[in-house]
Structure formats: C-alpha cells, structure tokens
Design a binder for this molecule. Structure first.
Ligand SMILES: *[C@@H]1O[C@H](CO)[C@@H](O)[C@H](O)[C@H]1NC(C)=O
Ligand SMILES: *[C@@H]1O[C@H](CO)[C@@H](O)[C@H](O)[C@H]1NC(C)=O
Ligand SMILES: *[C@@H]1O[C@H](CO)[C@@H](O)[C@H](O)[C@H]1NC(C)=O
Ligand SMILES: *[C@@H]1O[C@H](CO)[C@@H](O)[C@H](O)[C@H]1NC(C)=O
Length: 470
C-alpha cells in the first residue's frame, strides 16, 4: 500500500478470516480507514529536538521533517497534494498557504505541499481565529477554512482546517487529539469543531472516535494508522485498557495522557521507580505521560534521566538537551520496561539508540530519552514504536500491547461504538486514573558519566543521584 487506502470490504473480510476467536459484525461497508504512514531517515534528531525544547507549543513546530511520521492526503477541488505529519499531541489539521511568508522565500515547502484557497472551488472561509503561538513568538496563524479532504478513493467534504499565512513548519500537521484542545477553543474561546476523527464519526464512516497507531521498528520506515479499527496481527497478546487522565485544573479531557507507574530495566520491573518497589533507584511513585507521535524522543523527569545517562555512560550536551552514548548499545541485549498499572511495555535498547550523524567518519548516537525539566513528561516515538496503541477518545481510554515488529499479516476489526468497543481488549482493574503532581526541574544537571570517570567504582547510583552538589 502506497497511499491513503480505504480498506475494502473484501480486504477486511479476507483479513478477518484468519482470526477465529473474535465475533465481528459483517457489513457491506466496513467502517475502518487505513492510512499508511512513513518515517524518513533520521540524519540529526538533535536539531529538531532543540526546537522542541525551546518552544512551548512544541508539537506543532516541526521544522525538521526528517524525524517524523507523515501521510499523503490532499485538499480541495481540484486536489492539492499534501504530506501531513500525524500528531496525537495536537488537534488541528493545518497546512501552509501557498503565499505564506515561510514558503514563499524558498522551495522548503515543496515536499510538504501548500494550499491555495483561490485554486479550490470547494473552499469555504470559516473564521480568522487560526493562531498557534510558540513561546519564542513564532507560530502559525491565518484562517480556518473548510474544504474537501481526500484520502485514497474517499473524499470527506467540509472538513475544517487551518491555513497558515505565517508559519514555522515546512509541512502541514494532522493533529488528531481531542477537539477540546483545538487552537480555536483555547486561543479564541470558540466552540470546538469536528476535527478529522470526530468528523469521520459524525458522518458515519467509523463507529467511534478511536484509532490505532502502529509505528513499527526503528529500522522500518513504514507504519500505519487505522481510524475506527484495530489490527490484531500488529501486536502480541491482548490489548489492555487504561484510563486517560483529565486535566488537573478543569477536569476536562484535553490530552492523551495516562499514568506511568513504574520503570525498570532488563526485565527487572520497577527497578528505576515504582510505588511497589522499595529498592527502586528513585522514590518517584507515578506521573502522567503524554503519548505523542509528534515527538521523536521520550521525555522523562530529570531524576530518572540522570540515572539513565549515568547508566549508559551518556555525555550530556546541554545546548542540544540530549546525551551522546556509545552506538554499540544498539547491538546489546537489554530493555527499558515501562509499566502502566501493571501492564508493561519493554523497549529494547536497539529502539532507544538513535544515530545522530557522524564524527570523523564514525557514527555518533544519542539516547532516545531526554530530561523533561518543567514540561509534561512525554512518551514519543522512541517509546511508541514498541507499543501498539489504541487511542479511544470516545471512552477516554488508551489500550496498549507490545508491538509485533515487522508484522506482515493483517487482521483488521472494527471498533464498535459504546463502552468496551475495542476488540481484543480488557480493562486493567484498579488502574491509576489520576495525575500526581508533575515533577519540577530547573536546568538539567546530569550525573558524571561512569565511563568518563573510569567507572563508578564504589559508588552506587543512589549516592550520585541525590548529591545536591552535582
Ligand atoms: C506519498 O507519496 C509519495 C509520492 O507519490 C510516495 O513516494 C510515498 O511513498 C507516499 N507515502 C506514503 C506514506 O504513502
Ligand atoms: C495570502 O493571501 C490571502 C488571500 O488569499 C491574504 O489574505 C493574505 O494576506 C496573503 N498572505 C500573504 C503573506 O501575502
Ligand atoms: C496570535 O496570538 C498571539 C498571542 O497569543 C499574538 O501575539 C499574535 O499577534 C497573534 N497573531 C495573529 C496573526 O493574530
Ligand atoms: C524489521 O525489519 C528491518 C528491515 O526492514 C530490520 O532491519 C529489523 O531488524 C527488523 N526488526 C525486527 C524486530 O525483526
């Protein structure tokens, strides 16, 4: 599959016939939309992550196109081709205007594509409230419009999206989070509008505002997203369902945040932190994490990252906000094990080591985990590749299972409306559903690297960790 593809009835039924245990309602028009996504090679994740750290509304300003997952789509009549980043960390679809100040100056928007309202007979002006602003004063702003959005053979009329007359991103973003997090809602105080997944539900194309994301292996460049469906061949075992955590102040569901209740290493669950493990290296109990496909790294509280850098012998580069590590870790056995109320997703070392370029002909690598400082801890692509994640916005739940790397088979099932609509999923009794006060930090100071110190002889990580002079 090379592009947006509407799964046909024949494909769905033939795929499903390989699965016997699950009851499916057969339909003439199965309500699932499949969409291939593609990741470009990562020549230098550091450049992009620098931007990530600098800007508050981070997920939307992805200047470096080469570290993220994108999909092909088009807008308008006749169609104007676009390449859009899939972003679970935001909620607006927006594209660069053809006359945007950012795209006009060079051909940097060529690959991502631009949109010219005047060239589309189905364009409709909505309002001028489109404005996503970043901490450093840059951002994207322009108008909200409605037009026909095309995916594969299917066209969705009157989808609202932003048109960026000014922007700092060379490609459009397909934000698929909660409508409550749309820019027009929290910037302009307007009512939410149905964004892509919500409009698919409203028009009856899918049963429920829920979708599954499979990013696949670091070495593979393609994954897929299924709106309204689950592909049971793409994960191991069964899915486990966890509650999304509402916003602490307002009680509203705004972001795709769940509670991380433990982190371990090499199969020792909770060895780094866990409420249950008194011997854990840090005394953190649990904290909310954002699942964000638009972040290429994973951001964890400073105390945890300090320990990881120590353990990996990482050399922290404060200007880049990441640590360089020996590329050989990619060949070593080992894993970081993320626990969510008893459900554990192991991320093998080879998924955590990112090549960041070369120095004197030798590859240079960074660890795919960085300090979150004062910001929301975030599980980005370095975590997400190891998990199959179903984002069920209708029920405010996330279902997770270990991914099936490089799966070649497909067994796609519809997600049904109402509670328990995600096939092959079971709830986690007693799952943590509230946020704990987020960690704070101000300026990340790493532990001295054991390799640079000639080994950490005689010193336990705990002693290094809490030495306030560091
Ligand atoms: C998007 O379209 C380009 C150009 O036709 C093609 O090379 C690429 O494989 C497509 N990517 C996806 C994810 O469908
Ligand atoms: C682009 O064109 C629109 C009208 O189509 C106009 O409102 C806007 O100001 C133009 N932007 C720039 C940067 O010229
Ligand atoms: C967008 O909003 C910011 C404040 O949040 C404001 O400073 C800026 O002027 C706005 N941009 C436009 C084009 O309205
Ligand atoms: C997945 O396939 C890629 C090649 O496309 C390979 O490099 C990688 O090792 C495979 N991953 C696993 C976990 O088998």
């Amino acid at each position: 599959m090379k592009s947006f593809a509407l799964i046909t009835a024949a494909q769905l039924l033939s795929a499903v016939s390989t699965v016997t245990a699950i009851q499916l309602s057969r339909r003439d028009n199965p309500r699932v939309f499949g969409l291939d996504i593609q990741r470009q090679h990562v020549p230098n994740p550091v450049t992009r992550e620098r931007l990530y750290r600098r800007q508050k509304f981070v997920r939307q300003t992805l200047d470096n196109l080469e570290t993220l997952y994108f999909a092909n789509a088009s807008l308008g009549t006749p169609e104007q081709q676009l390449r859009l980043h899939i972003d679970t960390g935001s909620s607006d679809l927006w594209v660069n205007a053809d006359n945007s100040t950012f795209c006009d100056d060079s051909d940097q928007c060529e690959e991502g594509g631009t949109y010219d309202p005047e060239e589309s007979s189905s364009f409709e002006y909505v309002n001028s409230a489109f404005n996503i602003t970043y901490v450093d004063g840059t951002g994207a702003s322009g108008i909200y419009a409605k037009d026909t959005f095309h995916f594969g053979g299917t066209s969705l009329e009157d989808l609202q999206f932003g048109v960026g007359y000014t922007s700092s991103s060379a490609a459009g973003i397909l934000g698929i989070g909660y409508v409550s997090n749309e820019a027009q809602v929290h910037r302009a105080g307007l009512e939410p509008y149905p964004n892509l997944p919500q409009l698919l539900v409203d028009r009856g194309y899918i049963n429920s505002n829920a979708y599954s994301l499979w990013l696949n292996d670091l070495d593979a460049s393609r994954g897929s997203i299924l709106f309204g469906g689950v592909d049971t061949e793409k994960f191991q075992g069964t899915l486990h369902t966890l509650p999304i955590i509402p916003n602490r102040q307002t009680g509203e569901y705004l972001e795709l945040v769940i509670s991380l209740t433990g982190l371990g290493q090499n199969g020792n669950e909770g060895s780094i932190f866990s409420a249950e493990n008194n011997d854990a290296i840090t005394d953190i109990i649990s904290f909310p994490v954002l699942l964000d496909s638009g972040a290429s790294l994973t951001y964890l509280p400073d105390d945890i990252v300090r320990y990881l850098y120590y353990d990996f012998g990482g050399e922290y580069d404060s200007s880049a906000g990441v640590a360089y590590i020996d590329c050989d870790f990619a060949n070593q056995q080992g894993s970081l094990d993320f626990t969510f109320s008893g459900i554990t997703i192991s991320v093998p070392y080879n998924e955590l080591v990112l090549e960041a370029g070369t120095r004197r002909g030798q590859p240079v690598c960074v660890l795919g985990v960085a300090p979150s400082g004062n910001e929301q801890p975030t599980l980005g692509d370095t975590f997400l590749r190891s998990a199959y994640v179903v984002y069920d916005l209708s029920n405010n739940e996330i279902s997770l299972a270990p991914t099936n790397f490089n799966a070649t088979q497909s067994a796609i099932q519809e997600i049904q409306s109402g509670e328990d609509g995600v096939p092959d999923a079971s709830g986690v009794p007693g799952a943590v559903s509230t946020g704990v006060v987020g960690p704070t930090g101000s300026g990340f100071v790493p532990l001295p690297s054991p390799t640079k110190q000639g080994g950490a002889a005689g010193l336990t990580p705990e002693l290094w960790m809490f030495d306030s002079s560091l």
